[in-house]
Design a protein around this ligand. Structure first.
Ligand code: AKB
Length: 319
């Protein structure tokens, strides 16, 4: 049976991707791994392997034994936490990627997915509709690790024929899992506060526009990229991926359409400087052309899905 491994299955994206892969291929076709046990019961229906992705020997053992059709390597430290622990962020983000690429070079993995981010862009990059081949100018350790990782991916593809594919994700927003340590996390936190009947203090300025995406779009885009025929994949660093672009005050307004008493105030912290270095919107026409990418969910639809789903979760008794 062709099997898939998700590394970093306990994280925000990991949980969602595992559930989508299980739905598509069956729980027995997926192995999930992380350094901590995923809390999601659905994820844990698949076989769990405890794996420290920075441990070269452990990664090569798991991948040699598993002979996976696809590996989704998601383990990473995000932008805000990475600024607090720069060397640890670099070590985790780079070493784990190199471990997986080395295993693929040995022929133990057919196809790899590795996420990059809008954090590869920086102050010299155009702010609006950043083109695919824009100057990469990261200001955070997370962004530097994603930039370097993109070129490692291309190197392993060109030099060793490794089929590694990547997307530059915007901020991802979903209700099944919470993010940790990112600059775009406010756009998830705000919905939880709104549903909880609390006010929200936003750590970014009211008018700070950033590229964002609803999680189901991100998961669908990832699976579409991985299913695309090899000859369609022209970009071997990482594809720009656009969804929507909004500011904190726009998301607050969209929530107030449904919950008119919801209040937001603004107390920008060190994450504001990170957000300011990133672009506002993304030109993803290359992804559209090469493998048919098209986002589906806009801000108002996302707001109604988020409020509804978090509201239902809040009513579910924890057992
Ligand atoms: C972060 O805020 O660090 C991430 C990202 C944009 O990659 N969500």
């Amino acid at each position: 049976m062709a099997k898939t491994l998700v590394i970093g299955a306990a994280g925000q994206l990991g949980i969602e991707l595992v559930l989508a892969l299980q739905a598509q291929y069956g729980v027995d076709s997926i192995d999930v791994s992380d350094i901590r046990v995923p809390e999601d019961e659905g994820v844990m229906r698949s076989r769990f392997l405890h794996l420290d992705a920075t441990d070269e020997g452990a990664v090569s053992k798991v991948l040699e034994e598993g002979r996976y059709e696809a590996v989704y390597h998601l383990a990473a430290m995000l932008s805000a936490t990475g600024e607090k622990k720069p060397i640890a962020a670099w070590d985790l983000n780079m070493q784990s990627l190199l471990n997986v690429l080395e295993a693929a070079k040995e022929g133990w993995v057919k196809r790899i997915f590795w996420p990059s981010s809008i954090a590869v862009f920086g102050p010299q990059t155009p702010k609006k509709l950043v083109p695919q081949d824009a100057l990469l100018d990261p200001t955070t350790v997370y962004g530097i690790s994603k930039q370097a990782g993109e070129f490692w991916c291309r190197y392993y593809h060109e030099k060793y024929g490794v089929d590694v594919r990547s997307l530059r994700y915007p901020g991802l927003i979903g209700h099944r899992s919470v993010p940790g340590g990112g600059t775009t996390d406010y756009a998830v936190d705000i919905y939880y506060k709104a549903v909880g009947g609390e006010d929200y203090t936003c750590f970014l300025k009211a008018d700070q526009a950033l590229p964002m995406m609803y999680m189901d779009d991100a998961v669908r885009g990832t699976l579409e990229l991985m299913a695309a025929p090899e000859e369609r994949i022209q970009v071997r660093t990482s594809y720009n991926l656009g969804g929507m672009s909004f500011t904190p005050s726009e998301v607050a307004n969209s929530i107030q359409q449904i919950l008119p008493n919801f209040q937001v105030d603004y107390a920008p912290d060190e994450r504001q400087a990170i957000a300011e270095s990133w672009p506002e919107s993304i030109d993803d026409s290359q992804a559209a052309e090469d493998w048919g990418w098209k986002p589906q969910v806009d801000l108002s639809e996302m707001t109604s899905i988020m409020l509804d789903a978090i509201g239902k979760k809040a009513q579910t008794p924890v057992h």
